[in-house]
Ligand binder design. Structure first.
Ligand code: AMP
Length: 286
């Protein structure tokens, strides 16, 4: 696996005659890799001639400095995992190179996505995600990009970015990889104690409860019951809601339930913030 640190080197490589016509799958990450990230690499390997990943802890997308400082950094181990997974190139940019003297903020209207759920709770987060992805997509010029459904709202933001600036790129949404107890793998799980991991495993059970109760109870009651389950288990619920799976329109706006619904949530545990979601089909009552 080749490691590249500079945009110029990346562009030269991409423009070299033997790489020009190949399909290139790109998997952006912030490192501290786990099987969820590696699943994205495997998907890219299956679809594309070449797979490029990046490892960059993007300061622009952290709304809390403390979270940025504490974000786990395990570069050497990450590169070994990427190589083993069959990744061809890893781009390890520095902030100075990525946001160099030619850098200009890109503007993208996020609409409701900036105001709900992650957009509301992590002010400026998606704007930061857009900035880094624009730079990365522009430098790498991928044909395909791979993102995890765990970050459901982020997938929608990426879709907007592609529609506006990179119409030639195909977005692939990859299912969430979980541990044997249903806990979505996350780099942040590494900061939980053993007891915390046990509690975190209740998170997806709460989401399943909400989905099951959606039709059995009223949606509002389903949310109340799922929330009280999560809180009894020791999770502090920041938000828990049903949204239209196709556009993330929140429950409170609906006139009629959409056929496919996503239950989205963020919870806190041991000072760590976890997010997860679950998509389910709604069976309307006859
Ligand atoms: P991150 O390093 O957290 O920025 O994540 C990099 C990519 O990995 C994003 O597209 C995430 O959605 C994806 N990802 C993170 N956790 C998982 C998981 N458990 N399963 C699948 N994809 C994931």
């Amino acid at each position: 696996m080749k490691k590249i640190h500079y945009k110029k080197e990346l562009r030269n490589w991409r423009n070299s005659s033997d790489q020009k016509l190949k399909s290139v799958g790109f998997v952006p990450t912030m490192g501290a890799l786990h099987s969820g990230h590696l699943s994205l690499i495997h998907h890219a390997n299956n679809v594309c001639d070449l797979t490029i990943s990046s490892i960059f802890v993007n300061p622009k997308q952290f709304d809390k400095k403390e979270d940025l400082v504490k974000y786990p950094r395990t570069e050497e181990q990450d590169c070994a995992l990427l190589e083993k997974a069959g990744c061809n190139i890893t781009y390890l940019p520095t902030s100075e190179d990525l946001y160099d003297e030619h850098y200009k903020d890109v503007s993208l209207k996020l609409g409701i996505l900036a105001k709900i759920y992650e957009g509301e709770k992590r002010v400026g987060h998606f704007e930061g995600v857009v900035q880094v992805l624009f730079q990365l997509f522009d430098a790498i010029n991928p044909t395909d990009v791979f993102f995890g459904q765990k970050d459901y709202q982020q997938c929608m933001v990426v879709n907007k970015l592609i529609q506006q600036y990179f119409p030639g790129i195909t977005l692939h949404k990859v299912p969430t990889v979980r541990d044997g107890y249903g806990l979505a793998l996350s780099s942040r799980n590494k900061r939980l104690s053993n007891e915390g991991i046990e509690i975190a495993r209740k998170f997806n059970i709460g989401l399943k409860k909400a989905a099951t109760l959606f039709d059995a109870q009223s949606p509002a009651k389903a949310l109340l019951m799922a929330k009280s389950f999560l809180e009894n288990e020791g999770l502090i619920v920041e938000y828990l809601d049903f949204a239209n799976a196709s556009d993330l329109d929140p429950l409170e706006n609906w006139k009629k339930s959409p056929p496919e619904i996503v239950v989205v949530s963020a919870v806190w545990l041991e000072g760590i913030r976890l997010i997860d979601n679950l998509v389910f089909q709604h069976s309307p009552k006859i």
